[in-house]
Design a binder for this molecule. Structure first.
Ligand SMILES: Nc1ncnc2c1ncn2[C@@H]1O[C@H](COP(=O)(O)OP(=O)(O)OP(=O)(O)O)[C@@H](O)[C@H]1O
Ligand SMILES: [Mg+2]
Length: 491
């Protein structure tokens, strides 16, 4: 299937999310879609898949004009999309999820699990189709959605930032699968902010800026040129200023926790004021639970958390917050933000002032100040789901209280473009100058090495002691995440 997009536009009020965009998408190729946060990438992808209706222009599928007014139309033409935020139903079983939307497809019968397992095996996925979606990692949920789309007969596969919440291993697996699908004749659109991913995977890359299509480049790509096309200038990342004090912020002794998938023992950490500790590991190796235990959301089964000399585990999360410990989750729309509510309402809720009267005027002023400081593309009356993915992430970070003793950040730059993540880190490292400590998880090894003072590696139920980032390299960290070189450096 080859697709021609001609002069496609989409307006939200006066905002031109897509401004007369034209693009040729050749069959059997992988095309990268690049652009800064809010450039219009997801909007264009949603128009192609039928989730958003265009205001102008046309889409030609194999040189015939296509009417794509709903995801049902998209699927019937053979266009399917893996969304930036998972759109499956977490409370339902895998089987039920696969059955949803069947009426909208060309398929008449329920999926045969043997067929699905075959597709899954051919793509190298190790997915158990018998359980509940709630037990899957983000990477596995993506694999499930891919299987569903392939089973529905999709020929053009759109993936909107599929690598933001998955581990390096799952990413390799996904890339191998996508290359295989392209060889079989499927066409793939791959939205990403990560230039090395575009380089590794794509035949062509289309760069968008401020709603317009700027240029289509051919592989191999000149990365500096891509950055210039995206941001209008070249970018440099400034090395963080180290500001670790000798005083202790938090001490963790022999911490252990368990859930249906994990059994993690003996985590030890003495975090200094102003220190940044990075958590490395495959997605689902316990980093998230560790952050949640430190925020008071889950109770460890063993071990102690001391803040100064006071033991704080056993207290509820509000006690942790009053002590200046704040947590930012990685799943923005599921845990961090409330769909349907405006930015102003979010700031109002996050302030948690005493009493129940809302000071509307103050709240508007406060919201505008935050929106401008965090350069969020939106207004105080925008609903959070109207923001682009990267702007939702800025919104989450802009709600963090100041001052804070400890920030617990689960993948803080998820979905941010290069310029925004450099800038967010400069704000975070500024806070460290004022004695705030940070513990963050990331799947990006470069980010972990660049911004952490020390790094803890999570693998198969064990967690290393914090290792100075200056003594690690990407290769060594990559090996440790995969379980190698770990025996002599456990906690
Ligand atoms: N439903 C909506 N209502 C109002 N504005 C919207 C809506 N959806 C998108 N926009 C706006 O359109 C612009 C483009 O958004 P889009 O989601 O396409 O950006 P993006 O390139 O995917 O960015 P990111 O990299 O942050 O995901 C943004 O300014 C966004 O706020
Ligand atoms: Mg997007």
């Amino acid at each position: 299937m080859h697709i021609k997009i001609r002069e496609v536009s989409k307006f939200y009020g006066s905002l031109k999310a897509n401004d007369a965009v034209s693009l040729d998408i050749p069959q059997g190729k992988i095309m990268g879609i690049l652009g800064e946060n809010g450039a219009g990438k997801s909007t264009l992808m949603k128009i192609l898949s039928g989730l958003v209706k265009k205001d102008g222009g046309e889409i030609l599928v194999n040189d015939c004009q296509a009417v794509i007014n709903s995801p049902k139309d998209g699927i019937q033409i053979g266009i399917g999309m893996l969304h930036q935020e998972p759109r499956d139903f977490i409370s339902m079983s895998i089987k039920e999820n696969l059955q949803v939307g069947l009426a909208n497809s060309n398929r008449k019968s329920y999926p045969d699990f043997k067929v699905l397992e075959k597709i899954s095996e051919a793509l190298g996925f190790r997915l158990d189709l018998s359980g509940d979606v709630s037990r899957l990692t983000v990477g596995e949920r993506q694999e499930l959605e891919l299987l569903r789309l392939l089973w529905l007969g999709v020929e053009l596969l759109i993936l909107d930032e599929p690598t933001t919440g998955i581990s390096a291993g799952q990413k390799d697996q996904l890339f191998t699968a996508l290359k295989k699908l392209a060889q079989e004749g499927k066409t793939i659109l791959f939205v990403s902010h990560k230039l090395d991913e575009i380089q590794a995977l794509c035949d062509q890359a289309a760069v968008m800026r401020k709603g317009k299509m700027v240029k289509v480049l051919n592989s191999p790509f000149d990365q500096n040129k891509m950055v210039e096309l995206m941001f209008g200038r070249s970018l440099t990342r400034i090395s963080p200023c180290r500001s670790v004090s000798h005083d202790l912020c938090i001490k963790v002794e022999g911490l252990a926790f368990e859930d249906f998938r994990l059994n993690i023992k003996d985590i030890n950490l003495d975090l200094k004021k102003g220190e940044v500790v990075g958590l490395a590991g495959m997605a689902g190796s316990g980093q998230r639970q560790f952050l949640q235990a430190l925020a008071g959301f889950i109770q460890p089964v063993h071990g102690t958390i001391y803040l100064g000399s006071a033991k704080i585990n056993g207290k509820n999360c509000f006690h942790f917050q009053r002590q200046g410990i704040h947590y930012v989750p990685s799943s923005r729309l599921e845990e961090g933000l409330l769909s349907g509510m405006t930015l102003e309402e979010h700031y109002c809720l996050a302030q948690q002032e005493d009493g129940f009267f809302i000071r509307k005027k103050n709240n508007v002023i406060h919201s505008r100040e935050r929106i401008s400081t965090f350069r969020i593309k939106g207004t105080e009356s925008s609903r959070v789901e109207e923001l682009s993915g990267g702007n939702q992430q800025r919104m989450l970070l802009s709600m963090l209280r100041e001052p804070a003793r400890l920030l617990l950040l689960d993948d803080p730059t998820r979905g941010l473009d290069i310029e925004s993540s450099n800038w967010i880190w400069s704000l975070l490292r500024d806070r460290c100058q004022h004695d705030t400590s940070i513990i963050f998880s990331s799947s990006d090894l470069e980010e972990l090495l660049f911004y952490s003072d020390r790094i803890m590696v999570f693998f198969g139920g064990t967690v290393t002691r914090p290792l100075p980032a200056s003594e690690l390299t990407e290769e060594r960290l990559g090996a440790m995440i995969g379980g190698k070189e770990l025996s002599n450096i456990e906690a």
